[in-house]
Design a protein around this ligand. Sequence first.
Ligand code: AHR
Length: 514
Amino acid sequence: MHEDFTAKITIDSDFAIGEIDPRIYGSLIEHMERVVYGGIYEPGHPQADERGFRKDIIRLVRETGIPLIRYPGGNFVSGYNWEDGVGPLSERPKRLDLSWIAREPNEVGLHEFMHWAEAAGVACNLAVNLGLRGVDAARNLVEYCNFPRGSHWSDLRIAHGRREPYRIKTWCLGNEMDGPWQIGTKSARDYGRLTCETARAMRRVDPTIELVACGSSTGKMASFPEWDATVLEHAYDEVDYLSLHTYFTNTGGDAASYLAKAVEMDRQIQAIVATCDYVRAKVHSAKRMFLSFDEWGIWSREERANRDAWSWRWDDANAVSEGMYSFQDGLLAGSMLLSLIRHADRVKIACWAQLVNHLSLVSCAKGGPLWKQTVYYPFAHAARYGRGIALAPSIAGPRYDTADGSEVPILDAAAVISNSGRELALFTVNRHLQRPLPVEVVLHGFGAYRPVEHIVYESRDPQAGNTREQPERVVPTARSGAALAASVAVEGKTATIALPAASWNVIRLEAVET
Ligand code: AHR
């Protein structure tokens, strides 16, 4: 470790990474456990709207500024017949969901979900089933959702009560198709061919849609990144995005190594960018492939243990792997967000998996309240202040060795300037568990800025989390006035900031009008 325990961040207004697509602050709602039934949907709950959806969750999605939700899976989609979820409720079949060994009542289907999405103000990133189904079901679904009228499926939508097309723009072509756990898993070649044909048929129905092909389900798959290259070799010109997924778990090793896990996310993104660019050259395409990190998240220790102890079969909407995130999980979530922001030039969509009750940003009790998990706060800060242009921070400072042999900086950071240029947000994580880190921030090419707020997220107990009984045990604090002056000192183009040990920080600066 460095003798001099200080760090320096240099930000130059000319070094822009790219414009942040707000869709990187998306989430996932899958038909599994208590995400839909007993999550967003609970008829009879005091907060339920006329269709049974909890208004407190809808409000929270709006307040957080989540712009996009991937739906209805996840693994669930690979066994799902979308037709089961439309039409009169009394005629909808109850199906066996082979992904989660549960029963799917089909009370919530396309129209119900789109009602929720419109109420929550989110765009839908709709996944089609390329596990047990294929081209025909996918192109019919596009016709049902997006075709104006005068055809079998569009007229059926109208008969089911929705005159205007839903105009769903973004579509996922299956889910984790490389995974042996996936219903209808495929080889890269078979999936690549199917993706190419499905994409062509879907676009003939609606040429305005955007399509996401499945990349490897984790960077740890033995076939990574060969799978991604093969899929793209078959479908490069037909799709707009390649998907990435990643989940980390605190397995109880040393905490400093756990907090450094986001560097694996950086490596995964860099490897997939290189793979996409290799295939682009190989197929002689002018098009640049973008990335959709459409599942990212953390399995808390508690959730992992609950899932491992899983023994039930064919129940409805069970709380199998619900759990509490620790403050440390929240810090890692913060670093993962920084990785997404720093790759804003290529990552255009990202979905925290999932929104509610399972691996979730928030949890809710049956008939009871809603509370925010520790991972919610960095997510909400980034969704609010991480809008505009991502700038490339140059970071110098002390480093440490992790269990996998990587040397990782103690300071993790990302910088975002608003499109107007008036607000500059600096997001930082001090990964050191015991020591506060003094940081000097040097601004190049900017006018004068003054600090307006320093949001600090820290906890005396790294394992503490929020529960129904203690919903605000771990919350951030916002420093302004004298407290702000004590933690952020600005002199000319240099700011000096004290980052508490093991903390997530948002330092907000504002241009001084001259
Ligand atoms: O989020 C839970 C599951 O994790 C998703 O269904 C699947 O895509 C991933 O493996």
